[in-house]
Design a protein around this ligand. Sequence first.
Ligand SMILES: Cc1cc2nc3c(=O)[nH]c(=O)nc-3n(C[C@H](O)[C@H](O)[C@H](O)COP(=O)(O)OP(=O)(O)OC[C@H]3O[C@@H](n4cnc5c(N)ncnc54)[C@H](O)[C@@H]3O)c2cc1C
Length: 501
Amino acid sequence: MSKTEIVVIGAGIAGLTSAAILSKLGLSVTLIESHTQSGGCAGTFKRKKYIFDVGATQVAGLEEGGIHSKIFKFLDVPVPEASILNPACIVDLNDGSKPIPIWYDKNEWIKEREMQFPGSRKFWQLCNLIHQSNWTFANNNPVLPIKNLWDFSQLMKALVPTNLVTGILLKSTMFDLLRICGLSNDQRLVKFLNLQLKLYSQEDVYKTAALYGSTVLQMCQQPHGLWHLKKSMQVLSDALEDSLKKTGVNIVFGQKVNSITFDDVKKIWKVGAKSKQENVDYYADDVIYTPPPQSLLNNLEHSLVRNHNYKNRIQGLPDPSGALVFYSALKKDHLKSISSNHYQIVSNKLGSLFVSISEDGDGRAPRGEITLIASLFTKTIDWFNLDKNEYIKKKKVYLQNISIALENQFDIASENWLHKELATPLGFERWTNRPNGIVGGLGQNPDIFGLFGLSSRTPFQGLWLCGDSIYPGEGTAGVSQSALMVSRQILASKGINDFYL
Ligand SMILES: Cc1cc2nc3c(=O)[nH]c(=O)nc-3n(C[C@H](O)[C@H](O)[C@H](O)COP(=O)(O)OP(=O)(O)OC[C@H]3O[C@@H](n4cnc5c(N)ncnc54)[C@H](O)[C@@H]3O)c2cc1C
């Protein structure tokens, strides 16, 4: 019988990070990943001479004191080489107005936004005040949502006096903040915020929780910042894997977990996994589940039959988005001069396109060439239930429309593409095993953010959730925070109450 104290399911950033933390602290850990490589949505794939980042292309939390940095320091692993993004992004509303560079330098950004959005100073100041309060709170390691006395004690320890003031805004949206500041009719600001918030919270300005949105709007600036990793996004996972190897974690690739059951007699969790060749069972006291919670409906079938409330909660989760991702390569000289690695552009036909451009010589393409990745949200339902011909046709139309939008935006001649391909939710489902290819986490509206979200603590003792559907939300930094939180909860359940980074 293969038994460890912990089985972690999924080697995306959430799974790698929780496995690394717990094993560094001496617990025996098995990590099971269905793919043949780690990284999940933050992984990479190779095509011809190019390395493409599958999903995530920029990283928050690599600065000194940021969540990734703190975890690497604790694991005694070097922080991967990266450069700060300045500007983090250029947002082009494509309405004839001047594009908006989101500067890293705080003062430059203040000047820019006052020039771009006259009269908006109060709004940004309010967001900044809320963010300062949020940030102190987040750094005090709160546990959210609260499910028992220990969680409650951690929340109380994390609270600072300003949280009691910002707490009034618990059920407010970003649009409420605009209203408070008399800016609800500023269409250009609303459009800009809609674009940016959708990227980070999966919701628009009308639905994004004020407490969440205020913080994500500050992530591009000092003292935080967004980072571009040298070589590829995979280096983040590789660094975590190095730590797992050092601490002796049993890493199993190519096995898909298809059942999780609690053995009432042996009082132990049994995790059934399947590879191409065999079925393997793993046993553990605690199981950390990092795929989207919606997958539990298949993996935890047996236990869910006995807990209708939880099953209904999972079934009732709002539908997350899917993504269409265009992966391409070009000669650097064939791209109009660019002044940022990231652009967010509005296309009349496609809506918002988020574009990530590699740097010459950063390891993603041979020197003189660059990779260009463009992504947009899509409804997953629009891609399933099509017959093969319809699917191929629809994919071709999108590939063509995205190419044209990029050619217009960056003055690219259509014959100059060296490579282009499109991933749809079907491809994401195959790559990440996420049901229907859903990406990101749960939309961060006031009904799902923080206190009101899905807890890492499930009704089944010893089964824990972690990843981008759990507090504080999506992104590699968010899921690392969620991995730290679940690790602390598991340690506390074993009597270790004082683990902090
Ligand atoms: C197009 C796109 C762009 C993005 N851009 C950014 C960005 O720029 N910056 C950023 O920070 N974030 C970005 N994100 C979000 C970020 O990538 C994710 O929030 C984060 O990587 C999720 O990590 P995770 O570990 O929670 O989940 P995942 O990455 O989904 O990892 C889960 C892992 O579990 C494995 N798995 C699933 N089911 C099973 C099973 N049954 N058995 C065994 N293994 C299983 C999967 O193969 C996968 O490796 C983007 C996402 C997408 C899709």
